[in-house]
Design a protein around this ligand. Structure first.
Ligand SMILES: *[C@@H]1O[C@H](CO)[C@@H](O)[C@H](O)[C@H]1NC(C)=O
Ligand SMILES: *[C@@H]1O[C@H](CO)[C@@H](O)[C@H](O)[C@H]1NC(C)=O
Ligand SMILES: *[C@@H]1O[C@H](CO)[C@@H](O)[C@H](O)[C@H]1NC(C)=O
Ligand SMILES: [Mn+2]
Length: 655
């Protein structure tokens, strides 16, 4: 049922028809003008940062560090998900997009009838101070004021003392256990703390953005989010966005049970007429929770955020501006890192923007902006094309989202939906961009604090559906990764029909034009073992074991002809690859490192006649030592057998 765009009146009809109450929706509505304006100071452009010297700017993570952190984060989330009893916090990376995923569900039933219950409330006394007179069951009341010296002000870290009392230590541990971030530190920080302004000056030039921007509905899905963190997310939206551009903030509660998420939350937001709370009566999962929020959205643009975010000054206008210029443009902010331990706000200038990609496990990952894309721009602050989005944080024109068929309703919980939306956007006439002028911070957790149990590998099921509908002849590369066992992925005929009706382009077009950087296994010049001819002609390159093999030295082992750790691909461009990891030499050990596509340390020139493997940046040749235990780099000498290599399935016609 295409309920998404319907108005409330049609929901009521549906209710009458179906007569089943699945969802209770609480709209907390009333007017109070004083409250939102009184609080604006904290988020002001200059804010308390004017003092300058009183603050130390948050430390900046090196670009590669940020990217790796995101990518590792997603790998962890997927591993968690495959464990089958944990819900991932996918927070899908987000160097431009984010994803959260803290959801659960047992019911693969994409088409749930909705019922809405609307409650209008009387205006409370205007003078009521928000953090007083409230029943803060089980949570510390977070400070509401902000001052330059307040904990966490200007994005500074909160560092807890080493010698904590046993009580405090217990409170800190409990906070970690419940949230997988340092809730104790988070609760010490003002719910309207100040943050640095991470924008490039280019973003602040006069008339940078159109005057008549469309309004947006900000949709924030949550499950048992910590009180202070959820409130800080909402206040950062309200305080740092022009009032007329945020028509409403829709909090979608995916069946939380912590006491503070119930009446306390409703009472708190009584003072904010634009904040609405929608409750799912059972655990829905991220995908359906997002769609539930969309059903209640009344603005022309939807903006999705995670429930542990902080928006910075001027985050919204550059997103809406792109959609105002062309409603088929889907945009993601740059996702900054809020440290899970200290809540320190880390950001980088727009030179450090990443764009989204994916690998043949259909796993999202981040890349540096390709050179070709850089050349398209005068300023690094201009929006950049991104092959994919991380999934959690983005804005999209509501009509365009509906035209694209929102998410596949056969998708469950989370996983793959970000790639589906990315492929659809590009292949069906739109554009996906990361907007460096828009910065939103996000707490990246190392694990998910939530339990779930489904008995099915949801990510695989979703990914197979995705591959079946959108990947054409390239789907085989994904299927190889799952042992060609597609499992039961349900019926995808209606999604194929959607693609047909929209007249979308082929996946090949997408790869050629939008993501030419992606390595296509079928285009490898060689694939299989890489055998050294020295000391008996029986030693093969052997990748370090386990998933966390990056940055580890590449080993040697007697050739076993079983693929696995001895399966390598030689790319046209001279990389020796295992998926997205490349053989890399930077003067120390020969290691595996994420492929960067810029040759240098990852460039290996293979000569099939001399059989030497000459390294790009060092001009040395790859060899093995006499005990056949170690890769070494030697001055090239074609008479030394230990420098000679044989590539399996070497096919020079593919060069
Ligand atoms: C919007 O963007 C799409 C995709 O780039 C393009 O095909 C279309 O012509 C644009 N529409 C307008 C009105 O500029
Ligand atoms: C080394 O082993 C490969 C693969 O078994 C074989 O094709 C090649 O002829 C051998 N070379 C020498 C010199 O023994
Ligand atoms: C080869 O390298 C290994 C690992 O570093 C080392 O233990 C061994 O002694 C080396 N053998 C020779 C002959 O250089
Ligand atoms: Mn998240």
């Amino acid at each position: 049922m295409g309920l998404i765009g319907r108005r409330r009146s049609s929901f009521l009809k549906i209710i009458a028809l179906l007569g089943v109450v699945w969802f209770m929706v609480v709209f907390v509505l009333y007017s109070d003008d004083g409250s939102s304006s009184s609080s604006r100071s904290a988020g002001g452009v200059a804010g308390p940062s004017g003092g300058g010297s009183a603050f130390e700017a948050p430390r900046r993570l090196p670009l590669q560090g940020i990217r790796d952190r995101f990518n590792q984060f997603i790998i962890n989330a997927r591993e968690d998900a495959n464990k089958d009893d944990l819900s991932p916090d996918v927070d899908g990376g987000e160097g431009g997009a984010g994803g959260v995923v803290d959801y659960v569900n047992n019911n693969i039933d994409g088409d749930v009838p909705f019922v809405e219950k609307e409650t209008k409330r009387k205006v409370p006394p205007k003078s009521k101070k928000r953090n007083e007179n409230q029943d803060l069951t089980g949570v510390i009341a977070p400070p509401n004021e902000d001052s330059p010296d307040a904990p966490g002000a200007m994005g500074k870290p909160v560092v807890l003392p080493k010698d904590m009392s046993p009580e405090m230590k217990k409170a800190v541990d409990d906070g970690w256990a419940k949230n997988a971030f340092n809730q104790y530190a988070a609760d010490m920080i003002s719910i309207r703390r100040s943050l640095p302004d991470p924008r490039d000056p280019w973003c602040k030039e006069p008339n940078r953005y159109q005057k008549d921007l469309p309004a947006t509905s900000v949709i924030i899905c949550f499950h048992n989010e910590a009180w202070s963190v959820l409130l800080r997310t909402v206040h950062s939206v309200l305080d740092r966005s022009p009032e007329h551009l945020v028509k409403e903030v829709i909090l979608v509660d995916d069946f939380s049970d912590m006491p503070h998420t119930q009446k306390q939350l409703e009472d708190y937001f009584e003072a904010y007429p634009r904040v609405k709370i929608v409750r799912a009566p059972k655990r829905e999962g991220l995908i359906r929770a997002r769609l539930l929020g969309a059903r209640y959205a009344t603005a022309p643009v939807l903006t999705y955020l995670d429930s542990h975010c902080e928006c910075t000054t001027g985050w919204l206008e550059p997103l809406l501006d792109r959609i105002a210029k062309n409603s088929t443009t889907v945009v993601c902010p740059v996702i900054d890192v809020i440290d899970d331990n200290t809540m320190e706000y880390h950001y980088r200038d727009s030179g450090g923007v990443n764009v989204g990609g994916f690998d043949w496990n259909l796993q999202f990952n981040w890349h540096a902006v390709p050179e070709k894309e850089k050349r398209r721009h005068k300023s690094t602050a201009e929006p950049v094309w991104s092959p994919t989005m991380a999934g959690g944080l983005f804005s999209i024109d509501k009509e365009f989202f509906e035209r694209l068929g929102t998410y596949d309703s056969g998708f469950d919980i989370w996983g793959g939906e970000n790639l589906e939306l990315s492929f659809k956007t590009w292949m069906c006439g739109g554009t996906l961009e990361i907007v460096p002028c828009s910065h939103v911070g996000h707490i990246f957790r190392k694990r998910s604090p939530y339990k779930w149990r489904t008995g099915v590998n949801v990510i695989k099921r979703n990914s197979v559906r995705l591959a079946e509908v959108w990947l054409d002849e390239y789907a085989k590369y994904y299927y190889q990764r799952i042992g060609n066992d597609k499992g039961d992925y349900g019926d995808v005929s209606s999604r194929k029909q959607l693609r047909e009706e929209l007249g979308c382009k082929s996946f090949r077009w997408y790869l050629d034009n939008i993501f030419p950087e992606l390595f296509i296994p079928g285009e490898a010049v060689a694939s299989g073992e890489v055998r050294n001819m020295g000391y008996g002609n029986r030693t093969c390159l052997d990748a370090p074991g386990g998933k966390k093999n990056l940055r580890k030295p590449v080993g040697l082992y007697p050739c076993h002809n079983q693929g696995g750790n001895q399966y390598w691909m030689l790319s046209k461009t001279g990389e020796i690859r295992r998926d997205e990891a490349c053989l890399d030499y930077a003067g120390q050990d020969v290691i595996l490192y994420p492929c960067h596509g810029s040759k240098g340390n990852q460039y290996w020139n293979y000569s099939p006649s001399s059989r030497l493997l000459r390294h790009g940046s060092s001009d040395k040749c790859l060899a093995i030592n006499e005990s056949k235990q170690k890769l070494v780099m030697a001055d090239c000498d074609a008479s030394v057998e230990a420098q000679k290599w044989l590539f399996q399935n070497y096919d020079p016609s593919k060069l």
